[in-house]
Design a protein around this ligand. Structure first.
Ligand SMILES: NC(=O)c1ccc[n+]([C@@H]2O[C@H](COP(=O)([O-])OP(=O)(O)OC[C@H]3O[C@@H](n4cnc5c(N)ncnc54)[C@H](O)[C@@H]3O)[C@@H](O)[C@H]2O)c1
Length: 302
């Protein structure tokens, strides 16, 4: 079996890589536990360590693939501690790329973010859309993505970046920067309280289920044509926050009104991506419909 090193292996995406890929690959999960969502599983190798710690790299066994999910993911924290954010997301990524360059790695997968685009200048957002991040987090993720591309062109390291839009799963937390709104609504509806919408609810996002993200990761692992490329990973569909609230009320079978508060300052009005490139070049087709994905998490919130 091929071996995959998953950095951030106990995080939201890492835990789902473990769930969906553990039968097909030998997984090595590396995590510093700073934002872990699961305990280390006992049927694969877990290494407690930090991607910034040089000593960790000499202790790693032979590896075929690297999926780099470890990151500082809070936009808020990135504005309060931009140096910490850059250290984890830029220097951490660079150290891992250096490690990969010295080994015979078949693919390095980097998870980038829709936050690298900034305010959309046109919709749907394509991979060619200008990148003008609004936060240190968006910038650090972009620099990580660019280093990943550079290691392909400069050192011939097989790398691919996946630009994730609003990923959701049963492991996300209320303060999740991408889809925390889903957790907040579910929390309130479970308590028989009205969901609270910031603004008028017409703002839209592209919500993608974590299982579809793991499918995209699996598709690039053995796809050499994707070397040096970045792909948008979303559904290609936009959902308004009002639609989201109504869908969750329907799923929870609750007849509650919706409350509205002031809009968030600087909130992006609409965001959704084009997935044509991933469809064409990776054969990527998201399968989980929003209602199905939300039903699963409504009844399985951790
Ligand atoms: N969640 C989303 O919607 C979304 C959207 C776009 C991009 N992304 C990207 O996807 C990746 C995974 O996101 P997630 O939601 O699983 O985040 P997460 O915080 O749940 O998982 C990240 C994991 O990395 C670990 N970690 C953090 N710093 C580390 C370090 N220095 N060394 C070792 N481990 C470290 C944390 O403990 C955590 O378990 C991130 O790179 C993020 O930027 C996520």
């Amino acid at each position: 079996m091929n071996k995959i090193l998953v950095t951030g292996g106990l995080g939201q995406v890492g835990a789902h890589i473990y769930k969906y890929l553990k039968n097909d690959f030998e997984l090595i999960l590396l995590d510093n536990l700073s934002n872990a969502k699961i305990s280390p599983p006992n049927d694969c190798l877990f290494i407690k360590g930090d991607i910034l710690d040089d000593a960790i790299y000499s202790s790693l066994p032979e590896i075929d693939f690297i999926i780099h999910t470890a990151a500082q993911i809070s936009v808020k924290k990135s504005t309060k501690e931009p140096v910490f954010d850059a250290k984890t997301n830029i220097e951490g990524t660079l150290k891992l790329l250096e490690f990969a360059r010295k080994r015979d790695i078949k693919k390095f997968v980097y998870l980038s973010s829709a936050a690298t685009f900034g305010v959309p200048k046109f919709l749907p957002i394509t991979e060619e859309h200008p990148r003008e991040p609004l936060s240190p987090y968006g910038l650090s993720k972009l620099v990580g993505e660019r280093y990943t591309m550079l290691y392909n062109s400069l050192y011939n390291l097989p790398t691919t970046s996946l630009i994730l839009f609003n990923l959701y799963s049963n492991l996300q937390k209320i303060d999740d920067p991408y889809s925390g709104v889903i957790s907040k609504f579910i929390h309130l509806i479970h308590l028989n309280s009205s969901p609270i919408i910031e603004g008028d609810g017409t703002q839209t996002r592209d919500f993608i289920h974590v299982q579809d993200v793991v499918s995209a990761i699996k598709l690039v692992l053995k796809n050499d044509k994707s070397n040096g490329e970045s792909y948008n990973i979303g559904t290609g569909k936009q959902t308004s926050i009002l639609e989201l609230a109504n869908l969750l009320l329907k799923i929870g079978k609750k007849d509650l009104s919706i409350n509205y508060t002031e809009p968030r300052t600087g909130d992006i009005k609409h965001s959704y991506c084009s997935i044509s490139k991933a469809q064409k070049e990776l054969n990527f087709n998201p399968k989980i419909r929003l209602e199905e994905g939300l039903t699963e998490i409504y009844y399985n919130v951790v």
